[in-house]
Design a protein around this ligand. Structure first.
Ligand SMILES: Nc1ncnc2c1ncn2[C@@H]1O[C@H](COP(=O)(O)OP(=O)(O)OP(=O)(O)O)[C@@H](O)[C@H]1O
Ligand SMILES: [Mg+2]
Length: 265
């Protein structure tokens, strides 16, 4: 099956110490190819840890990760990186500030292919220009500008191109607009939506903005204490307001409290 399949992912950090923390507590998720899932959850809920698990940053205690039919649970992180594009909150992360926009795009473009980065030809250059033009930020005339000179928003937009230029099987966005001003954040989010749908990418996007979480993509999950506690899509999600989403979460949290009370007798 194409897409992403997570089965019972479990991870406890610093086991056996006073700092022991179960960051993933049985995460199971089936994402079909082309699913654009927004991920909500409070600080420490396990969202970034989930991404790190998918990226192979640590060994899981338990669980299975299958990407486009391939079991990657034990695959090295650098091998997974060839098929997974990611973007983080910090616009400085993931790009080479001293290389030009063109060189950065070329690196991302040729990373997966066997040909060398130095073999970037005129056709590639034209392609990069066309992609940059589609961002509508005037970057198409700045191919020779050093990446480090761009503003945070321009850089995140260019990073988005870098992360998707090699047609990844999965795109992971970890609060990639959180450091941008609201107007620029909106622009980059709209761009995200466009690129993801144009290329039918499977994408998980972490955000703390519930409005964008419901407005973008086709499905929203909420994490709490290392678990996926809400998963809304389809008719239920269409037209859902932020207060309805909060009400659904409170329903769940209330149930948990009731259970605790029952457990505590
Ligand atoms: N490498 C690690 N070693 C020890 N504990 C960790 C490690 N990585 C994450 N944790 C812990 O796991 C929990 C989940 O962290 P995570 O970063 O996934 O949260 P998050 O949902 O991304 O939160 P935020 O919204 O603040 O980014 C936290 O309690 C964190 O301290
Ligand atoms: Mg995080």
């Amino acid at each position: 099956m194409t897409g992403l399949s997570l089965k019972g992912l479990k991870k406890t950090f610093e086991r056996g110490t006073p700092n022991q923390k179960t960051a993933l507590d049985g995460v199971t998720l089936e994402a079909a190819k082309g699913d654009f899932i927004t991920v909500l959850g409070s600080n420490g809920a396990g969202k970034s840890t989930l991404f790190n698990a998918i990226l192979g940053k640590f060994r899981l205690d338990r669980g299975k990760i299958i990407l486009d039919g391939e079991d990657i649970t034990h695959q090295k992180d650098y091998r997974r990186a060839l098929n997974i594009g990611c973007l983080y909150q910090d616009p400085l992360r993931g790009t080479a500030p001293n290389l030009t926009i063109e060189e950065n795009l070329a690196l991302a473009y040729t990373r997966k292919a066997s040909r060398s980065f130095f073999a970037v030809n005129r056709r590639d250059s034209e392609y990069f220009k066309e992609l940059l033009r589609s961002l509508d930020l005037g970057l198409e005339d700045r191919l020779k500008t050093r990446m480090g000179l761009l503003s945070g928003g321009q850089r995140q937009a260019a990073s988005l191109l870098m992360a998707t230029i090699a047609e990844p099987k999965l795109l992971l966005l970890d609060e990639h607009t959180a450091a941008l001003d609201p107007a620029t954040a909106q622009k980059v989010l709209a761009l995200t939506q466009r690129i993801v749908s144009e290329r039918s990418l499977t994408c998980l996007m972490i955000t703390h903005n519930m409005q964008s979480a419901l407005a973008l993509g086709n499905r929203t999950i909420v994490m709490d204490s290392g678990k996926i506690v809400l998963d809304v899509s389809g008719d239920e999600r269409d037209g859902m307001t932020v207060s309805q989403l909060i009400a659904r979460f409170q329903e769940y949290a209330g149930r948990m409290l009731d259970n605790d009370r029952i457990l505590l007798g």
